[in-house]
Ligand binder design. Structure first.
Ligand code: DGT
Ligand code: MG
Length: 431
């Protein structure tokens, strides 16, 4: 008997929301390969195909051990023909031809680079790609008219593509807390998204804000944003109002996946000292705050080709101020970004994407569940609700179509219970 056949007899449920999916798992080589194919499908706006690869990857992430041979996969759900083919190839050859071709394709690289600009989606990126625009620098040279989000996205391109660290997320949290408490004492702020699932880095920082007295949260976002703007913490923001209305007939069909909360998409200007602590407003920054003159250079985004201009090599003539930046392993990359800016000295802040959401207290548990992710976990919860329970789940509410009523909940545990699911904690929602 081959070792490890026991995997096949372990029964694995088919919805990701029925399984525990930790952040660290045993099959990263396989899931990395499948994720690239998922990403490629999503960039090509083939959502169905993308989801199929994501489901296959999520299944592998939930397995208790490393898969060594295809025979171990017999009887497991979520593995379509295409995904199985890729998995077998990686198991046998170490790589998948299709994955290699994809990662080296000019189109994939260009689509990734262009959709990496804040405010640019797959449709726009594809249109630009067909016009011969492959990089952010191409775009800048093209003279295209860009909207406000895209202009900010281009301006802070390098920084927004550096992962946000946990200490940076915590520092942002402190600023958000000060802002919220300044305009509405007693309001509660919760870190959501990937960081709530235990991730150590993220592409942005997400916060959910509420107040125990229902109604007090109305109009809160505008006030928070005004406070943040007045204090100079925002480089960009777009705020939308609350447009959620509960109707007696239940949610419209198809259930809208669009959230209707007060919401703010923003880019924060995070001041940091060398321990990642946010510098209090009013603290004098020693030197080199390049906010007036900073202008990132978008060409040559490969740091390796520019090690000669790394600031560390220039410390003789330009000693780094003590307040300079930067948290952990970003130091090198940010320094590189700064080294290529046209500012006279290094800069003591970085740009960070931050999403703020305000929810009424009665919807808080649904908002918390809906905004903790992962995206696939959310999608699977909704699919489970509809197909297995005849219910409609959103970030606002849970509606029972058979009993034609909304099911209330004040905790995530209660929502899982309404759905007939075992409770899965945030750290195990990394599907
Ligand atoms: P990352 O990339 O490290 O920021 O990872 P996440 O998991 O934080 O992903 P993110 O920030 O895009 O979204 C956080 C969660 O919030 C995500 O799992 C699903 C949810 N979410 C994001 N945008 C929307 C939205 O427009 N509507 C709804 N309903 N949920 C959203
Ligand atoms: Mg996030």
């Amino acid at each position: 008997e081959k070792p490890g056949l026991e995997l096949a007899v372990v029964s694995v449920p088919s919805y990701a929301c029925q399984r525990h999916t930790p952040l660290l798992h045993h099959n990263t080589t396989l899931t990395d390969a499948l994720s690239i194919l998922a990403e490629n499908a999503e960039l090509g706006e083939n959502e169905g195909r993308g989801v199929a690869f994501r489901r296959a990857a999520a299944l592998l992430k939930s397995l208790p051990q490393e898969v060594r041979g295809a025979e171990q996969l017999r009887g497991l759900p979520c593995l379509g023909e295409h995904s199985l083919r890729v998995i077998k190839e990686v198991l046998e050859d170490g790589v998948s031809h299709e994955v290699e071709t994809t990662t080296h394709s000019e189109q994939f690289k260009a689509m990734k680079a262009l959709t990496g600009i804040f405010g640019v989606g797959a449709k726009t990126a594809d249109r630009w790609f067909r016009e011969g625009i492959h990089t952010p620098s191409d775009l800048q040279r093209s003279g295209h008219t860009l909207n406000r989000a895209q202009r900010a996205g281009l301006q802070y391109y390098d920084e927004l593509n550096l992962p946000v660290t946990k200490p940076e997320a915590v520092a942002i949290g402190q600023i958000v807390e000060r802002a919220v408490h300044a305009v509405l004492p007693g309001a509660e702020i919760t870190l959501i998204g990937g960081f709530r699932r235990g991730k150590q880095t993220g592409h942005d920082v997400d916060f959910l804000i509420t107040h125990p007295d229902e109604g007090r949260e109305e109009g809160l976002m505008r006030k928070v944003v005004s406070w943040l703007e007045a204090q100079g913490f925002l480089l960009y923001q777009k705020t939308t109002g609350n447009s959620y209305l509960e109707s007696k007939e239940g949610p419209a069909r198809p259930a809208s996946n669009m959230d209707r909360f007060e919401r703010c998409f923003s880019i924060f200007r995070l001041r940091t000292d060398n321990e990642g602590r946010e510098i209090q407003t009013g603290t004098e920054i020693q030197t080199g705050d390049g906010s007036q003159t900073y202008s990132p250079t978008l060409t040559n985004t490969d740091p390796h080709t520019h090690s000669d201009t790394h600031p560390h090599t220039k410390t003789d003539s330009h000693p780094l101020p003590q307040t300079l930046v930067v948290v952990g392993d970003h130091a090198q990359k940010v320094s590189w970004v700064l080294g290529h800016s046209q500012c006279s000295g290094p800069r003591s802040w970085r740009a960070v994407r931050v999403d703020l959401v305000v929810s009424p207290y009665s919807q808080f548990a649904f908002a918390l569940l809906g905004w903790t992710g992962s995206k696939l976990f959310e999608r699977e919860l909704r699919r489970w609700a509809v197909h297995e329970k005849a219910m409609t789940l959103s970030s606002h509410a849970l509606y029972d179509r058979k009993r034609t009523q909304y099911l209330r909940a004040s905790s995530e545990e209660e929502i899982f219970a309404h759905l007939g699911l075992e409770y899965i904690p945030p750290c195990d929602r990394n599907a």
